[in-house]
Every structure is written in structure tokens, then in C-alpha cells.
Design a protein around this ligand. Structure first.
Ligand SMILES: [Zn+2]
Length: 405
């Protein structure tokens, strides 16, 4: 499954909403490029002009206009996919030959959600009896062309926005810098590929651009395979106090996935969100996670960590508790074994280890044993974690907590 972590708004108050990022995962999202890599055979180089039209919310049409002599080809195709050749698809392109030129087009209607801001690479391939010829590769950004985008870079991150004053860019740059510094200094983590951060001032438009099926509570989406984070940030009050830490949180998810590499591994949510909340808190405190955990175990509401390996609840205090427990548990590991333990766990995942094996390799204990020790530090060694199955949504994955419990 392709990774994605949307977050949504807990409540939508159009006149005075803050940038409230809640969560959920669009499972349907990001499933548009599931084909395997195309076979790469020796092919001639074909000169030609490539272009692409983006119809945001519906389609991308790829065009080829190339000089052509001789008999018509047997087949013209377009190969397209994510940058870095992670996945590739092929589509048949009907063609015409006239006045010594071959023109061909393929209109692609992505199924699932194609995130605005995604880059798509493409090239054409022509087959005839003499063999196969391919054009060079071009790329197109799937973006809402009616908005006056501004672009700025900070390190390996490009961020795009179309409304709001310079403070937004300043705070975004600050969040990117702070987040990347914390990831590098504390965990030795870094982005391995250029990553794009796209801000929408209009949440409804953002959700519409994400495509049909985007839930009304979604406040953003992040995907490591797309190297992309899309966030709703209101033009009037876009959450300045929390924007840098929110960005640091989301960049952590991308950096973790980059560290583990391809194919994506099934990294447990408690680890993803635990590290993300630790990095987020090093930039600015968004939530009093310790207080939330204290209150939960005082009320005997702690959730089993095995219940926090999959998707988190989308909303409600249950979601916030899931983050708070993840934060507490990861801090416990760091306090006991140091930040390098997190690196060792991720190294084990990169090599394909299961959860228990990764933990045993990194710290010598299974998840259950670790959980017992963690509970002991909370003075709750006799606590019985409750069954969390009912709390978890199979449709949600990496989420950001609600700003208010
Ligand atoms: Zn998260």
C-alpha cells in the first residue's frame, strides 16, 4: 500500500477557523500508479516535442509531436510515472501522421486521488517493424493552474503557496529548517529526495483538487512516494503558532520513509507518530502529550501498543491519546537506549524485519516486553492495556492530532 497521511479538520468554521490539522488516511489515494516497472529494452532515441495538459480534478493529457517519415508505426505508447522511476505505467496513444509529422496523445484519468503538486514524468515510445524508439523524458506538475502560485525553496524542500503574506513563507521556511535540523541532529535522518510542500488557503478547493472521495475533514495529505505534503492553511489565520511544528511533524514521516526506502515497509504507526511528535515538540509544543498519557492511565484508558501499529482514529480524544502514547513510548525508548535506537529500528525495517524482530535487533526486547517496561515507568506495571480494536479505523493511517483534546 502506498503511504499517505492526510489530516482533516475537526470542525469547519469558515469565518474564523484556525489551521486545524486532524488526520486520516486516504487509502484510496495514491493508488493510481500500481503497475510494475516497464521493461527497459535497448531503444533508439526519438526526437520530438512533448507537452502535457493538466485538467485539475479530472485528467492529464500527454502529447507528442515528432518528425516522421516512412510507414506508420504499429503502436505508440506513453510511459509515465513518478520521478525517480519508482513506478511506471503505460498508456496507448492514438496517433496521426500528416505533413511529415507524427502526433499522438493519451488522456489519463487517474483513479483514486492524485495529489495536487505531484510531478509526473513521461516519455513516448514508438514501435514498428524496425524496432522501438523512445523520446527523452519530460515532466509535468499536476497543479491547479488557476491559482497564482508562488514558489520558494528551503534546503531540499520547495514550498508553494498562493495566498497569505510573507509571514507564511517565513514561518514555513522556519518550520522546514527547524524540522530538518532536528531530524538530522537527533536521529541522523534526512530527506533523500526533493520534497514539495503545497499550501492551500481554501480547504474546500484543496479537497476538490484532491479528487472525488476526499473526505470533508481532510486538512491535508502527505506521501513519501510522491515526495509531497499538501496542507490547508487559511489565508486569514493559518495557524502561525503551530505551522512550523506541523511542518516538522510531516517532514518526519517523509524522512522516515525515505530512510527505509523502496519498497515501503510496514512501519508501525506508534513509531511513525512517536518520532514525528518528538521532532514536532522540539520545534514548538503543540500538545501536552505527557499530561494526556497521565490522565489516560489515571482513568485506565491506555491503549495496547499493538493496537497502535495500524491506522489511528481520525478524530476525537482517542486520536489524541494514540499520539500521546506513541510520543511517550518513543521517548521512553530514547531515554533508555538513546536516539540511535530509533535509527537501529529503522535500519532493521529497511532490511525487511518484522516489528518484533526490529525491536529485538535494536534494543533486545519484544514489543510486549518493551510495553511492560514502559508501563512500569508510568508507575502502572500492573496495568492491563485495553483492547483497542474498536478504536482504530482501517481507513486512517498517519494522522495529526486535533489541536484541542
Ligand atoms: Zn503524523
Amino acid at each position: 500500500m502506498t503511504l499517505g497521511f492526510p489530516y482533516g479538520l475537526s470542525s469547519r468554521r469558515p469565518c474564523r477557523r484556525r489551521a486545524q490539522f486532524v488526520v486520516g488516511l486516504c487509502v484510496a489515494a495514491l493508488v493510481w500508479l500500481t503497475g510494475g516497472p516497464s521493461p527497459v529494452a535497448a531503444a533508439q532515441s526519438l526526437p520530438g516535442d512533448l507537452s502535457a495538459d493538466v485538467e485539475i480534478r479530472s485528467a492529464v493529457t500527454f502529447h507528442l509531436d515528432a518528425p516522421w517519415t516512412g510507414p506508420p508505426p504499429s503502436r505508440v505508447s506513453v510511459l509515465f510515472g513518478l520521478p525517480h522511476g519508482i513506478v511506471t505505467r503505460r498508456g496507448r496513444a492514438p496517433f496521426e501522421i500528416a505533413d511529415g509529422r507524427l502526433t499522438a496523445s493519451h488522456r489519463w484519468r487517474p483513479r483514486g486521488t492524485l495529489l495536487p503538486g505531484a510531478d509526473i514524468e513521461y516519455r513516448f515510445e514508438i514501435r514498428n517493424e524496425n524496432g522501438t524508439a523512445r523520446t527523452s523524458t519530460s515532466s509535468v506538475t499536476y497543479i491547479d493552474g488557476e491559482l497564482p502560485w508562488q514558489v520558494q525553496s528551503e534546503g531540499l524542500v520547495d514550498f508553494w503557496w498562493y495566498a497569505g503574506d510573507d509571514d507564511l513563507a517565513t514561518d514555513a521556511a522556519d518550520g522546514i529548517r527547524s524540522g530538518l535540523d532536528a531530524l538530522a541532529d537527533d536521529f541522523g535522518l534526512e530527506l533523500r529526495r526533493r520534497t514539495r510542500l503545497v499550501f492551500y488557503a481554501d480547504g474546500d478547493r484543496m479537497r476538490a483538487d484532491m479528487g472525488r472521495g476526499t473526505r470533508p475533514w481532510v486538512g491535508g495529505v502527505a506521501s513519501a512516494r510522491f515526495n509531497l505534503i499538501v496542507l490547508h492553511a487559511s489565508e486569514f489565520d493559518w495557524g502561525r503558532s503551530t505551522l512550523p511544528s506541523t511542518i516538522a511533524h510531516e517532514l518526519t514521516h517523509i524522512a522516515i520513509e525515505h530512510a527505509v526506502g523502496e519498497p515501503p515497509r510496514n512501519i508501525p504507526s506508534w513509531l511513525h507518530e512517536g518520532v514525528a511528535t518528538v521532532v514536532e515538540s522540539s520545534v514548538a509544543e503543540r500538545f501536552s502529550y505527557d499530561d494526556i498519557v497521565d490522565a489516560a492511565f489515571a482513568a485506565d484508558r491506555l491503549v495496547s501498543l499493538r493496537g497502535l501499529t495500524g491506522s489511528f482514529p481520525v478524530q476525537s480524544t482517542g486520536a489524541l491519546l494514540a499520539y500521546a502514547q506513541s510520543n511517550s513510548f518513543v521517548k521512553f525508548i530514547i531515554d533508555r537506549w538513546g536516539e540511535s535506537a530509533i535509527t537501529r529500528i529503522l535500519d532493521a525495517y529497511r532490511e525487511g524485519a518484522s516489528q518484533d524482530r526490529a525491536l529485538r535487533q535494536a534494543v533486545g526486547l519484544s514489543l510486549s516486553a518493551l510495553e511492560a517496561e514502559w508501563l512500569a515507568t508510568l508507575d502502572r506495571s500492573d496495568a492491563e492495556p485495553t483492547d483497542s480494536a474498536g478504536l482504530l479505523s482501517t481507513a486512517a493511517a498517519f494522522a495529526l492530532p486535533l489541536p484541542q483534546p
